[in-house]
Design a protein around this ligand. Sequence first.
Ligand code: ADP
Ligand code: MG
Length: 386
Amino acid sequence: MPQATVMERTPFIKPNPASTQAAAVSDGSRIGFENVSVTYGALTVLHSFTLTVNPGEIVALIGPSGSGKTTALRAVAGFVRPSSGRILIGDRDVTNLAPYDRKIGMVVQNYALFPHMRVDENVAFGLRAHGASEDLIRSRVPECLSMVGMSAYAKRYPRELSGGQQQRVAIARALAPRPQVLLLDEPLSALDAQIRRSMLDELAKLHRDLPNLTVLYVTHDQSEALTLANHIGIMRDGRLQAFGDSKALFRHPPNRFAAEFLGRANLLPVSGLKPADEGMAQVRFGGIALSARNHHGLADGSDCLICIRPHDFRFSRSAAEPNSVSGTVLSVQWQGDVHNITLNIGGEALRMSCPPMTNPPGLGETVSVHFNPAEVTLVPEDGARG
Ligand code: ADP
Ligand code: MG
């Protein structure tokens, strides 16, 4: 990722500061993308993108590298201008507003603090440029540093801080002018795994403390998205592939790409869909009848996939148990708090995760596993492998 430009370090600051107070949080913090397309030269990287982030909500935008996540965020921030479509914040059409008129806070992956300024000066900078009084700055800076647990570091320079600490300061700086909207672009991806987890907890707590703040959180990490977000949008090639409530999207992904991007998924090819009661359906896997939820209302007779998460499999006492499939053990891997087992079932390599076992099955052993049909869903076969 390239270094942030000076413009991006101070994105929401008027070059000639007007003597206004820092913006107050209001209800009008909904973020709306309406058919937003962005092109770079001849290349369209965002295709008629439509998405709403409701006030006070955290929406995560996830997708592989190059799928257009940062471009979408930068369109909200005002760094890229859509070739068509509108960006709304609350009821305001901000499509043609300069970044500093949008009342947005933004944090990017690589901290982007001013290296020559101490922590408190970094946090004060945006306030000062917004024309905040010295009194306000004196009270607001410690408040923001305390919010991110950095009170003890006010007089340090960024180079004297760890990556996680720098990112906390960047968040404090973004929040200081009380933005209605916070944009986060992979804020944790430069940090190591353990710090990332504790920062995730802190971000969740921060949002509990600031329930009016509307957050658009870009990440390529599905666990960050599932941990933090109320809703998740999954992007691919500049298009929204799926959008929905985080749990529902995980449980009932609408397509193969969404299923595989939101975590490990076994996608078992099945045929001959027959509707059953209460949104369920029967399908066939080879000669075996299986049941699953037909959440997406796939047509009778369809060939499709059953999306079974590794934790959804349980060992069966016998192959006759309903919804059981049998096969041989391909691999057994112990990972401390989990056993991962790969099974060859009818030529498909299926992955199962279970709590650690004292006597795991041996390689080549024949076993039967089943799943709860209400917890797995049928997914259309869209051809494209993630
Ligand atoms: P993501 O954040 O999901 O990794 P980006 O939004 O950064 O994706 O990029 C989407 C696509 O747009 C990529 O193909 C990328 O190469 C291209 N792109 C991004 N910024 C520019 C730019 N300033 N000029 C030309 N192409 C760009
Ligand atoms: Mg990006």
